[in-house]
Ligand binder design. Structure first.
Ligand code: GDP
Ligand code: IMO
Ligand code: MG
Length: 427
């Protein structure tokens, strides 16, 4: 009987999901992306080579692995072809890739709308990746979206585009932006449909078959749970739910098929874009962490904001995802920091709380309460087993495990595939 394991971002994204997915993919038969689009940037390093994936699942490097882009994704097909092309130039040519016919298409006008909506919000702009993700999901729920299946059905594409452009052009025109012509969009996307046709299928049916065959399946989260449109720091969130709970809906599998949920967290915290971030700090230590951890966005190159590890956030994320494993990443980056702070509760208007408030202004008023642990100076980047880590390092990990009551299953001590310590096999 195979396992169905979800890898979920447990902070505000960029926790190292790509690295862990690639690492676990060695034992998986299938890797599935189920939400988001090319707002994601997943870095994978092995054999001295670095890859950045945005849309394509991180199982793409093994020619045997089945890679699925499921129905809950929003896919920019031109960006997809570009990504496939980049992989080709890096020597990755043999792969198995399937795209859901129910996934939504990020159209060129979604990029314009993303930019426009951010401009209209002025000081309240979310700081999106400007990849058109929000507007594509807006069209999906407004029932005016274009789906992958439309790209290979000429009549459907014409009809869906005609209806969509009634709305989109109205908004663009009212804001003095360039409008779109049906004919040229139709010609451009029907051609794309021809190119990607071999990859398109009903991935829910495919996954059911693979589950029945007892395959090991890995669901690669994008973004992070704190960016969840339902459970994150709304409105400073993305437009999908990056939680384990969303996987059955977004991949067309049944909820009782998930066997394990791996929460991926940095040993500290980062956030890119706007929004509340209680444990954020800016001093010499945060600058060092940013440089040592190369904390600049994979997708937008923006410097990431830095904060201490926040266990109130992780407790919230454990509850909404049912985390039963923790993968603690970038532990090596903390080497040399004398005193390490961990947030265990907040003070809100004079009261101690241990949950994430729903109200954005309340959350902004939260002041973190910390415990302080001694750091370590030893280089841990070549450490091969948990027991060989310095005592203070082990103490840091066990403190997190004890407070959260989740097993630390994986510890990452460097960006390379090989710099990974496993405490318990997941597959
Ligand atoms: P993702 O979006 O969750 O896949 O994460 P990103 O790839 O956007 O960002 C994680 C960054 O940390 C990448 O640059 C990785 O190469 C790097 N990384 C992952 N694990 C480690 C680690 O254990 N140590 C260090 N130093 N870097 C890591
Ligand atoms: P991975 O998968 C970090 C952030 C953006 C912005 C907000 C909304 O690499 O962890 P969007 O373009 O989605 O409408 O932007 O969400 N964001 C991410 N931050 N990692 C990501 O993906 C992100 N995807 C979106 O910075 O604050
Ligand atoms: Mg990333």
């Amino acid at each position: 009987m195979g396992k169905r394991v979800v890898v979920v971002g447990s902070q505000w994204g960029d926790e190292g999901k790509g690295k862990i997915t690639d690492f676990l993919a060695e034992k998986a038969d299938v890797v599935v992306r189920s939400q988001g689009g090319n707002n994601a940037g997943h870095t994978i390093i092995f054999n001295g080579k670095k890859f950045a994936l945005h849309l394509i699942p991180s199982g793409i490097f093994n020619p045997e692995t089945i890679n699925v882009m499921a129905n809950g994704m929003v896919i920019n097909p031109e960006a997809l072809l570009e990504e496939l092309n980049t992989l080709k130039t890096q020597g990755i040519e043999k792969y198995r890739l399937f795209i859901s016919n129910r996934a939504h298409v990020v159209m060129p006008y979604h990029l314009d709308l993303d930019e426009l909506y951010e401009e209209i919000k002025k000081d309240e702009a979310v700081g999106t990746t400007k990849k058109g993700i929000g507007p594509a999901y807006m069209d999906k729920v407004a029932r005016i979206g274009i789906r992958i299946s439309d790209l290979v059905n000429p009549d459907s594409l014409k009809k869906r585009l005609e209806i969509n452009l009634r709305f989109t052009n109205m908004i663009l025109r009212a804001n003095n932006r360039k409008t779109y012509e049906l004919e040229s969009l139709y010609d451009r996307f029907i051609e794309i449909g021809k190119i990607i046709k071999p990859y398109i299928t009903d991935t829910s049916v495919l996954l059911e078959k693979l589950v029945d065959e007892g395959k090991n399946i890995l669901f690669e989260g994008a973004q992070g749970s704190m960016l969840c449109v339902d459970h994150g720091t709304y409105p400073y969130v993305t437009s999908s739910s990056p939680t384990a709970t969303s996987v059955p809906l977004n991949a067309g599998i049944s909820p009782n098929q998930i066997t394990d949920v791996v929460g991926v967290t940095k040993a500290y915290t980062t956030r890119v874009g706007g929004g509340v971030f209680p444990t954020e700090f800016e001093d010499e230590i945060s600058k060092t962490i940013r440089e040592v951890g190369k904390e600049y966005g994979t997708t937008t190159k923006r410097p990431r904001r830095i904060g201490w590890l926040d266990l109130v956030v992780l407790k919230h994320v454990k509850r909404i995802n049912g985390l039963n494993h923790l993968a603690i990443m970038l532990l090596d980056v903390l080497t040399g920091v004398k005193e390490l702070k961990i947030c265990t509760s907040y003070t809100l208007d004079g009261n101690e709380i241990d949950y994430v408030p729903a109200d954005y202004n309340e959350y902004e008023r939260c002041v973190p309460n910390y415990i302080t642990l001694p750091g370590w100076n030893e280089d841990i980047s070549k450490t091969k087993s948990f027991e060989d880590l310095p005592e203070n390092c082990i103490n840091y990990l066990l403190t997190v495990e004890r407070i959260l009551k989740i097993k630390v299953t994986i510890v990452s001590v460097g960006p390379d595939r090989l710099q990974t310590l496993t405490l318990k096999n997941i597959f």
